[in-house]
Ligand binder design. Structure first.
Ligand code: GLU
Length: 303
């Protein structure tokens, strides 16, 4: 399955770690509205590559909720769990280009080397990889994970909402993981391979993922595939000010009553929600408002 070269192709790519909540619905609505406002296609991808974090029944629940909200996709959903061959091929390409290397380091060893370098280590924080295995595994060590050889220099990205952003991935993240020590594919690899394979031209997603974008651009360049246009929308915050999650008050939404759910999501995205009570008319009007706000040509009919 691939998108046309010039047409807009967007996507919503939930991980099935639980049912949709107010935050994920806002991200889904934003990407759907942007696709419809461009007269483009909208695809769904279930990011089920991390079985330990998956919740049984979550995929079915997510698909059911989207359908009740009227956020219909233009193709069958793709499941990352069926796409290991594609990820394998991408890793092979990177290895052949000398851009991926095996790494023997444990998280503990990386944290220790950060401490030695005088940096503080947050308990579950991301660790900057110091490049220990970049030029070969230390003698007697077995490979655990695969990492990308990240080129030096800042990555500049343009976000349609946040404006121009810069991140020096080599310095701030280091050579990041493509395939984990437990054999699972890393989110960064799977998302870049799939966005390219599905011909995604525009990514609209929550701002909690904005910190991954520069890595995804670096990886796309290494693979020689185009990067999409980016837009990161505000995330819904829980009672404690952190991103909304099951731990801080996210309740499953009531998809039997789609309009209040859509209205709350629209308000969160900074719009006055339409007042019509017919779902299709509501979505059409919401699409028109989104197009007007973002300076797009008159909205295509909401499908
Ligand atoms: N699967 C990721 C998540 O649910 C989103 C991936 C993306 O939109 O790039 O957080």
């Amino acid at each position: 399955m691939s998108g046309s070269a010039e047409g807009y192709v967007g996507r919503f790519a939930p991980s099935p770690t639980g049912p949709l909540h107010a935050g994920s619905v806002a991200a889904a609505l934003a990407s759907w509205l942007d696709a419809r406002a461009h007269g483009g296609r909208w695809l769904l991808r279930i990011e089920d590559i991390d079985p330990p974090r998956e919740q049984p029944g979550a995929t079915a629940s997510i698909l059911d909720t989207l359908s009740r909200l009227g956020l219909h996709a233009d193709d069958e959903p793709v499941r990352q769990s069926t796409r290991g061959d594609l990820y394998d091929a991408a890793l092979r390409t990177l290895r052949e280009r000398g851009l991926a290397y095996p790494c023997a380091c444990t998280r503990r060893e990386i944290a220790d080397s950060q401490l030695r370098a005088g940096q503080t280590v947050a308990r579950h924080g991301e660790l900057v990889y110091p490049g220990t295995c970049r030029d070969g595994l230390p003698p007697g060590r077995e490979p655990r994970a695969w990492r990308l050889r990240v080129p030096a220099g800042a990555v500049v990205l343009h976000d349609r909402l946040l404006g121009e952003r810069t991140q020096d991935v080599a310095e701030e993240v280091g050579d990041f993981v493509l395939r984990r020590a437990d054999g699972l594919w890393a989110y960064q690899l799977a998302v870049v391979v799939d966005d390219a394979a599905q011909g995604i031209t525009h990514v609209v997603r929550g701002a909690d993922l904005a910190g991954s974008t520069a890595r995804q651009i670096v990886l796309a360049r290494a693979l020689g595939v185009p990067s999409p246009h980016w837009m990161h929308v505000p995330v819904v915050l829980g009672e404690d000010g952190d991103k909304l999650s099951k731990q801080n008050g996210a309740t499953a939404i009531d998809a039997d009553r789609p309009l209040p759910v859509l209205q709350a999501a629209m308000r969160h995205l900074g719009f006055e929600p339409p007042t019509v009570s017919d779902r299709e008319a509501w979505l059409a009007e919401a699409t028109r408002r989104w197009a007007a706000r973002h300076g797009l040509r008159p909205a295509a009919e909401a499908r």
